[in-house]
Design a binder for this molecule. Structure first.
Ligand SMILES: Cc1ncc(COP(=O)(O)O)c(C=O)c1O
Length: 452
């Protein structure tokens, strides 16, 4: 018998994990979540500095959400999405109101599905409403961005290590470089760099043939790909180019929605609107799986017609708009509003980065500290002048030391070959100054250990 197999701790196949590293070990089991804390089966308590996967925005242990779920399960546990339930209709209305423009909401279960849905809506929209003779099917996205794991969403994803071995994905997807101010050409200012990236995008559109491009998908600010804050000119500049060339703009707000970046929605930092939006993680703070694709009214209207014209959107998700998920999501977003978690995210994010800058800004292993709200990326380097990415061994030591000191953090692992060196800090939006101080304390120890 294969000894490695016999040494496996259990039968769970974990995501993004080399299981040979687990042979002979007993991976930690978490048994409780309360506020910003997770507790393991040995009673050790940790700050969850990643909010699960950037989703537990309201924090753990909200009994109120469990009560909403229990009531809805008792009243109407499930309804086929062709029919209308009270919580699902009410939550679609609520989302539309929060966004502040006329729109319709299509529910699914994961961020990947929400993006797949957006791509299909964009293609069908052009087919039915585009200029005669045009065949707009291409989707432009950006390197570094993550848009999901299904073949279409993976094709849109710009992270080589998440795709190697699984390609070809869906056809018709292409990538442009996003602005990366930290690694911009030294002769350019940050804004000039943003303009340069817009120029590259425009040239790409021209060279592809604008009449073949259906949509551009982007996170307003790249999150899991390394927290990349764009120059101010960039997001509005993309909108202008999309308008100029008749391309639909999709904002992937799967992470940046619902307060994470210190505004209710990420795009509000740049006062720029898209045609289609996708949401998932913070929608129900991970208490239920739910995702949404929101199309502005001009898109939705492009699907109106007679049944036999087949102009309607012909997709269904068995669990899309789940009664329990939408009921929980409604209460969740109300909590975000009532407790002003967006404001807290903004204030605490600023506090975190200010103190980090003051206390660790000159550290030899830190290249840049950047972010918005409670979403911070720390780009780690082994040589500040050359900006050489810090190696895996020291990054793992750093993160392991943080965990030993009671703080779970992560990094952009298995994304860009040789560039998985950005630490990610995104605690629940209820985090206080004291929690942030504890995270900074653990990071200090982590960086000291990595320096050796
Ligand atoms: C920006 C972004 N879009 C889409 C997704 C895919 O979401 P899911 O894992 O729910 O399919 C993710 C997941 O991390 C994400 O970060």
């Amino acid at each position: 018998m294969n000894t490695t197999l016999s040494n496996m701790p259990d039968h769970l196949w974990r995501p993004i994990t080399q299981h040979s590293m687990l042979a002979g070990t007993q991976p930690r089991k978490m048994v409780k979540g309360e506020g910003v804390y997770l507790t393991d089966s040995d009673g050790n308590k940790f700050i969850d500095g990643l909010s699960g996967l950037w989703c537990v925005n309201v924090g753990y242990g909200r009994k109120e959400l469990a009560e909403v779920a229990a009531k809805q399960m008792t009243d109407l546990a499930y309804l086929a999405p062709l029919m209308s339930s009270e919580p699902t209709v009410a939550f679609a209305d609520k989302l539309q109101k929060m966004l502040g423009f006329e729109a319709h909401v299509y529910f699914s279960v994961s961020g990947s599905e929400a993006n797949e849905t957006a791509f299909k809506i964009a293609r069908q929209y052009h087919l039915q409403n585009g200029k005669q003779g045009e065949n707009r099917y291409k989707i432009i996205s950006r390197y570094r961005a993550y848009h999901g794991n299904t073949l279409g969403a993976m094709a849109a994803t710009g992270q080589a290590e998440r795709k190697m071995g699984y390609e070809p994905g869906a056809v018709g997807f292409l990538h442009v470089l996003p602005p990366y101010p930290y690694r911009r050409h030294e002769k350019l200012t940050v804004e000039e760099h943003g303009q340069e990236m817009l120029h590259v995008l425009e040239e790409t559109i021209i060279h592809e043939g604008a009449q073949t491009v259906a949509a551009m998908i982007m996170e307003p600010m790249i999150t899991g790909g390394g927290v990349m804050v764009p120059p101010d000119c960039y997001v509005p500049g993309v909108r202008k180019l999309c308008d100029k060339y008749g391309i639909l703009l999709i904002f992937d707000e799967v992470v940046s929605g619902f307060g994470r970046t210190g505004k209710m929605f990420g795009h509000q930092h740049w006062n720029t609107e898209a045609d289609i939006y996708t949401f998932a993680k913070g929608l129900a703070s991970g208490y239920m799986p739910i995702a949404a694709t929101v199309a502005k009214s001009h898109i939705f209207e492009g699907f109106l017609g007679k049944p036999n014209e087949l102009k309607h959107f012909r997709q269904i998700n068995t669990f899309g708009g789940h009664t329990v998920a939408t009921a929980v999501a409604m209460r969740n977003v109300q909590i975000v509003e009532e407790e002003d978690l967006t404001g807290n995210s903004d204030r605490m994010g600023r506090y975190f980065r200010k103190v980090m800058q003051e206390e660790l800004g000159d550290h030899p292993l830190i290249g840049e500290i950047r972010g918005h709200g409670l979403l911070t990326g720390i780009e780690t380097v082994s040589d500040r002048a050359a900006k050489t990415p810090l190696d895996d061994a020291r990054l793992n030591l750093l993160l392991g030391t943080c965990a030993q000191n009671g703080v779970i953090l992560g990094r952009n692992s298995n994304t860009i070959p040789g560039r998985c060196n950005v630490l990610l800090v995104a605690p629940p939006l209820i985090a206080t100054q004291a929690h942030n101080d504890q995270i900074i304390g653990a990071l200090k120890k982590g960086f000291a250990a990595a320096l050796g």
